[in-house]
Design a protein around this ligand. Structure first.
Ligand code: NDP
Ligand code: NHF
Length: 324
């Protein structure tokens, strides 16, 4: 496999994890671009990155860059996706990949036109535990899927200026954490849910602080998703089949699942992969996708999840400034 030159656009919390993931395989980021130049310089020094751009637009013109990792706030993704994809760069973009389905459809068209890989950095699609669990599910040992129950409650301080509550930075529970729960649901369901009900509680900025979502697809598989940005809940997923159920904790970066069989109550634990390597798995799958195995990135699921989130926000009448 070719040695790909990765560039990061953004150098906040999660970009540090990407740099660490590359370091763990003996590699460095090729370059860094950031709104605040001094922070890019400090990031480059920390990870021994040779190239720092004076202006973000220089990144898109750099012929040596193969893959751009976008890790800026959600509402800024589309602006950078347009430039990166039009410049013929492969893009791994942090969740949530865009604000809504219209933006995502535009990005997908641009990626197709420029023959590059576009993907959302959704940890769940790449953690080895899910590859192992899906094999188990497909073996038929658990029978037919009936119900999925997802919790995700993260306690964020009530600071209305941070990216979690700020409407101008596309804050809200759905785009920040709901995207994980819904990606999990979509990955295990046989088809995309087409019947969705929900309730919302807004933060004072008008973004969704809490939400509860009920989903059902045409096979009548059902799911519930409960989200909060100001009340801790275990990050727990439960998948119930007619012959047993699966419990998985810390599911965005899960590494262990417990299966309980209904007939006799016996349990089995499956382990695969490691939480600390979550971004490494994304990097590896992205490179394999560029080599030809595009399905590894599950852009089809990303598209379904974005449509669910877009439709739910429409039903609430909740718009971001970019959508007014
Ligand atoms: N996969 C995962 O496990 C995680 C994913 N994420 C996702 O990653 C993304 C970033 O989150 P995180 O790293 O926590 O955020 P941070 O706030 O730590 O970093 C944000 C980065 O975006 C830049 N930025 C902020 N506002 C703008 C703007 N208006 N225009 C351009 N650049 C801007 C900042 O630049 P500056 O230095 O100038 O402020 C900084 O480099 C989000 O999409 C988030 O959902 C986040 C955490 C975990
Ligand atoms: O993606 C992320 C990982 O999980 C955090 C919550 O625990 C989120 O806030 C963050 O954006």
């Amino acid at each position: 496999m070719k040695n790909y030159n990765w560039a990061t656009l953004g150098c906040g919390v999660i970009a540090n994890e990407l740099a660490a993931a590359l370091k763990s395989r003996g590699q460095k980021l090729y370059s860094v671009a950031n709104r605040t130049h001094e922070k890019a310089v400090a990031f480059a020094e920390k990870y021994g990155i040779e190239k720092v751009y004076n202006d973000i637009d220089e990144l898109f013109k750099d012929e040596n860059v193969d893959i751009i990792y976008i890790s800026t706030p959600h509402n800024t993704h589309i602006k950078y996706l347009r430039k990166a994809l039009a410049a013929g760069k492969h893009v791994l973009c942090e969740k949530s990949i865009t604000l809504n389905s219209d933006e995502l459809d535009e990005a997908i068209s641009l990626a197709e036109k420029n023959h590059v890989v576009l993907a959302e950095a959704m940890t769940i699609f790449h953690m080895p535990i899910y590859k192992a669990l899906l094999e188990k599910v497909n073996s038929g040992d658990l029978g037919e899927l009936r119900l999925i129950q997802m919790n995700f409650g993260s306690y964020k301080e009530y600071n209305m200026n941070n990216r979690f509550f700020n409407r101008n930075l596309a804050g809200g529970a759905m785009l920040d954490i709901g995207v994980y729960a819904l990606s999990f649901v979509r990955m295990f369901m046989s088809s995309c849910p087409n019947d969705v009900l929900s309730q919302v509680k807004y933060a004072e900025t008008g973004v969704d602080e809490q939400a509860s979502i009920l989903l059902k697809n045409k096979e009548e598989e059902m799911a519930t998703v409960i989200l909060s940005l100001h009340a801790k809940q275990p990050k727990r997923g439960t998948i119930s089949f007619d012959k047993g159920y699966v419990e998985i904790f810390e599911y965005p970066r899960g590494m262990e699942a417990k299966i309980t069989y209904t007939a006799d109550g016996h349990c089995e634990t499956i382990s695969a992969g490691h939480t600390k390597d979550a971004l490494l798995y994304e990097v590896e799958d992205m490179e394999k996708a560029i080599e030809g195995d595009k399905a590894l990135m599950h852009l089809d699921y990303t598209k379904d999840v974005m449509k669910i989130m877009t439709d739910i926000r429409k039903s609430w009448g909740m718009k971001y400034p970019e959508e007014e």
